[in-house]
Design a protein around this ligand. Structure first.
Ligand code: TEU
Ligand code: CA
Length: 550
């Protein structure tokens, strides 16, 4: 297997709006990030993935971009960005940028032109279609609720938006769109950034003719089969690779929404010349109820383990995996996969870190995960900010498909806002995130869970993550060793073996608050890291994680 820096790296994701506010307006910003670069360097990560910082009206917190070559006013200026890049590089940190090019904001100048008239030179930058009998061109529903088509009076046509109506989809079949996007990417790469995380890159090519989608209980048909991994997606990515990516020593990770193993091999296969890696979502989207993602049901541990096994085996020798428990779209890892009660929060957060960081693939840490930050627990709809959550609440509660109580219960478990509460820096008002009023409430537990406490404590979740990262940098077996799932049928223990150059690494994780039996044979050799003091031989204690090398 070929070695590569991005295979050996650990990535830290920053959601700028919620990271650190430098000027008291309640919104995180670039100067705030700069002030925390030492914190990030000290953790030991190699790469920062910066969620969008581009000019945006913030319908979807920056994932609706109105100017790709300008910085969002609330976040600062291009000078601030340049300073960030230099200061990150000075500290040995690379920066990969979010690239959101499936859609723009409806306030982007391309769209402003496009909607002016059917003959406008930018008309075909977007996807326009005629209505049918006074209705939308087809029955597709937006992923953010409501129809996927928006009527535009000016030209009496509809435009497609998979996400909100302020996020019109770009028309990648138009060569001019591709050239404009590739030029923009080149401009950023020439600035010296180190790669891209590509937002919903799997959706850029649509099946022509817009056939109706299948309808479940809801009002709208499913557009997914006609938009995910569409007819030209791989052709366009190869073109992107040839015209842009291949010219730089960078890393790319595609957010390949809806990706299957077979498709992932195409996006990220070593011989494909498309992307280095993709995010797959099976382990975080595993349970879908009648209301889609709105449920509080959890995957069983055996299901979860089989997903990781399938992806490791499936990509083995073919491409490289990514590893994550959470991001800005997912609930907090410890609340979802561990136990966020005071008794077990630290233990289970460390256990989850161990389980993920000892696997094969490039691990991602979402801001605050290294502190064991927990779900927001918002009880009132007014506390939510995320349009996906608010739209879903409205659609299902007013449509009579869920009660208020039920929907709040689901939001508390799965809403994206759980990940978006401000980073908890210290035991100061608003957790030290801002001196003003934060755009979204700070989690009430910031007095107990914050960076100041944890960086000073050698036994904290933070200190443990730091050690996990250090080990990955030190031990090639963690990066390049083979992976074999052990105890596959256990609903309690996630155990696996890594092998490399004659050595074996045993990783044992108890996902329950009970003591469970664990074969002593796995605990021979030397303890590399563990979340308990003192060793137990034939059992794993509640949420225990232990790693042995022989
Ligand atoms: O998310 C893509 C995506 O598939 C989302 O619908 C995701 O599944 C959902 O948010 C989970 O609840 C990306 C970004 O990560 C997200 O923040 C953006 O809102 C979205 O694209 C549109 O740009
Ligand atoms: Ca600010």
């Amino acid at each position: 297997m070929e070695k590569a820096w991005w295979k050996e790296a650990v990535v830290y994701q920053i959601y700028p709006r919620s990271f650190c506010d430098s000027n008291g307006d309640g919104i995180g910003d670039i100067q705030g990030i700069i002030s925390k670069l030492d914190y990030i360097r000290d953790l030991g990560v190699d790469i920062i993935w910066l969620s969008p910082v581009y000019q945006s009206p913030n319908d979807d917190n920056g994932y609706d971009i109105s100017d790709y070559q300008a910085i969002m006013d609330e976040f600062g200026t291009m000078e601030d960005f340049d300073e960030l890049l230099i200061k990150a590089h000075d500290r040995g940190l690379k920066i990969i940028m979010d690239l959101v090019v499936n859609h723009t904001s409806d306030e982007h100048k391309w769209f402003a032109e496009s909607r002016k008239g059917r003959d406008n030179p930018y008309r075909d930058f977007y996807i326009w279609a005629e209505g049918k009998n006074g209705m939308a061109p087809n029955n597709w529903g937006s992923w953010f609720g409501g129809p996927a088509w928006e009527y535009d009076e000016k030209t009496d046509m509809y435009y497609l938006h998979i996400f909100s109506k302020k996020q019109p989809d770009l028309n990648w079949d138009n060569e001019k769109v591709r050239t404009a996007v590739f030029d923009m990417m080149t401009w950023w790469l020439d600035k010296g950034i180190d790669g891209f995380r590509m937002d919903v890159i799997s959706l850029i090519s649509k099946v022509p003719g817009f056939p109706d989608g299948e309808k479940g209980e809801g009002l709208y048909g499913d557009l997914t089969p006609f938009c995910a991994h569409g007819p030209h997606v791989h052709e366009y990515l190869r073109e992107m690779n040839e015209r842009v990516l291949s010219k730089y020593d960078i890393m790319t990770v595609g957010e390949a929404a809806c990706v299957t193993l077979e498709e992932a091999k195409k996006y990220a296969g070593y011989d494909r010349h498309e992307l280095n890696t993709v995010f797959q979502f099976e382990h975080v989207e595993g349970v879908k109820g009648p209301l889609g993602k709105w449920t509080d049901e959890k995957l069983s541990l055996t299901q979860l383990k089989r997903i990781f096994k399938k992806w490791d085996e499936g990509m083995d020798g073919i491409g490289w995996n990514t590893l994550f428990w959470s991001n800005h779209d997912q609930p907090r890892a410890v609340s979802r996969f561990g136990d966020d009660s005071p008794k077990y929060r630290e233990l289970s957060a460390k256990m989850l870190g161990t389980c993920l960081h000892m696997m094969r693939g490039t691990p991602y840490i979402y801001q605050g995960e290294e502190l064991g930050m927990t779900n927001a627990g918002f009880e009132r709809l007014e506390q939510y900010r995320d349009l996906e959550s608010i739209n879903a609440y409205r659609e299902y509660v007013s449509g009579g498909r869920a009660s208020h109580e039920e929907m709040i219960k689901y939001l508390k478990f799965i809403s994206r806002d759980n990940a978006r509460t401000p980073m908890q820096w210290e035991d100061a008002p608003n957790g030290g995130f801002t001196e003003g009023t934060p755009w979204i409430e700070v989690n009430g537990n910031y007095k107990e869970i914050n960076a100041a406490l944890e960086t000073a404590d050698t036994d904290s979740v933070y200190a443990y993550y730091k050690e996990l990262i250090r080990l990955r940098h030190e031990m090639e077996i963690i990066v390049y060793g083979s992976f074999e799932l052990l105890m596959e049928d256990s609903e309690e223990v996630f155990a696996y073996k890594r092998e490399y150059e004659g050595k074996s690494l045993f990783v044992l994780c108890n996902f329950t608050k009970e003591e469970v039996i664990c074969p002593e044979a796995f605990r021979e050799g030397k303890l590399v890291i563990g979340n308990y003091k003192g060793e137990a031989k034939d059992v794993l204690r509640p949420y225990e994680a232990a790693v042995y090398i022989v």
